[in-house]
Design a protein around this ligand. Sequence first.
Ligand SMILES: [Zn+2]
Ligand SMILES: [Zn+2]
Length: 131
Amino acid sequence: MNQGSCFCGAIRFEVHAPMTAVTYCHCSKCRRWHGHVGAYSAVDREGFRLTESRGLKWHQISSTAKRGFCVECGSSVLFDDSSDTQKMSICVGTLDAPTGLSEKAHIYVGSKSDYYEIADGLLKYDTFPGR
Ligand SMILES: [Zn+2]
Ligand SMILES: [Zn+2]
């Protein structure tokens, strides 16, 4: 089981299902939202449980997708696209270490900014390849 929380603890959660390897998203929306690249792991919805949600607010970014963040401390915690009925995504920096996760891929590499290079050997996709 993995546990995680926002910076202040007004959002806390548990994960009781296997989590996917970490994907880094370089799209301009993630970069603005997170201050840099977004890092996500996906989990079966039935394996995700909020144990504290008083700080949780959702920011709708498309007809199906929304970002979950803490209104008290500003942490970005969740990414939920309802068109994916099976899984939702967790911002992996909010997980308590050790997470047991490994890295998988970079997505939306074609949208990355110019102040950094991607120098690791992970898979790279210009857009989102699906899971
Ligand atoms: Zn918080
Ligand atoms: Zn993104």
